[in-house]
Design a protein around this ligand. Sequence first.
Ligand SMILES: [Zn+2]
Length: 425
Amino acid sequence: MKYSPRYRLFPTTAQRENLDWTRNIVRQLYNHALHEFNKIPEDAGTLRQRVWQVRDRLPALKNWWTDLTNVWSTVLQKAVERIRTNIQNLGKLKDNGYNVGSLNWKSPREFRSFTYRQSGFELDKKSGPDNRAILQLKKVRGEPLDIPVRLHRDLPDHDAIKEVTLKQEPTGAWYASFCIEADEPAKPEPEDIEPKDTVGLDLGVLKFIHDSDGRSIDRLDLSEERKRLEREQRSLSRKEYESNNWEKQRQQVAEVHARMTNKKRDFKHKLAHYYTTEYDAVFVEDLNVKGMLESPENARNKAEVGWRDFISILKHHGRKRGCHVVEVEPRGTTKECARCGVETAKPLWVREHSCASCGFRLDRDFNASLNVLSRGLEDLGVGYSEDTPVETATAMDTVSVSASRVVESGSPCLKEPPTAASRQG
Ligand SMILES: [Zn+2]
């Protein structure tokens, strides 16, 4: 499998200038190559052949364009090859019914990254200042560059890293994405999985997750960021378009956007990491089947984007760690009683499941997560006993976990036993 974790870089001012210089040369090369490519008639070969034809002119190009000799050669090759990727992407858009033109010349604002392939970089995980790692790039404006990088998530060793992409975000911050190719670990055979090593998740509008082991995880609180975004956008609208102050303010707005995106992504990755490390199988509802059944449409639509994103992150972590992620039939998970199976209709504001048939009472989302769990166990074929999950579950209390705990400690797990105050019945 391939994946590309992303890390923040901390270049000095001088290093920034050199990174910027490189990005700009690479952009000019891209534009030049596009111009050359457009001169080749379409019937002269396949897309790949035509792009490669331009790429093969690089050595000759360096004879008169001397700046290019100060850039690592695979970086130049990748830049030309981007024409192919971009054309393929245009084609995909066209297939999806978008009205697209041909490829355009790229302005500095549109061209933000460059990529080293296979060689020309070295990652030293230990020697940076303040526990940071060092990413060494060769030939950045002709010189090697040692940039501190914050490895907030661990990374496999050098051999697994196929590419490094350096990108400057609209906020001005630089990031490195490492393209990793690793073997997918085998997932345990269903018959070897113990039901206690599995979990069902109910993704909700009020709480982000309620799981079948009794954890309820709050949604991420972004109210501060939203307030700030509004403020910065108001201030931007008062500035003269494309003036210096406007540009500065635009960066402020981009920064708040970036912070919100990062915070959300980080939250979901940490939860996905936790669940796929802690369990052999994770069950969620299949959102492609789930209709707009339960809640006011707006709230649901908005939440659904986040859930879909979370599920795809969850699947990715599952592949990486050899954990099954199974999507189950969502119909009736809220109505059905997890103990006896009898359905009780309940509108969204009824927060408790109370079964008229067997008397079982439980938090509504907890009940739903238990149903997700039993459907998952059945679908995956985990050694399924006659007991329902309700009968085998030991703790029936819900432990409420704040989103900030997940963000800070990387998991919703409690280091100490919950106190009475943090429990809700
Ligand atoms: Zn019941």
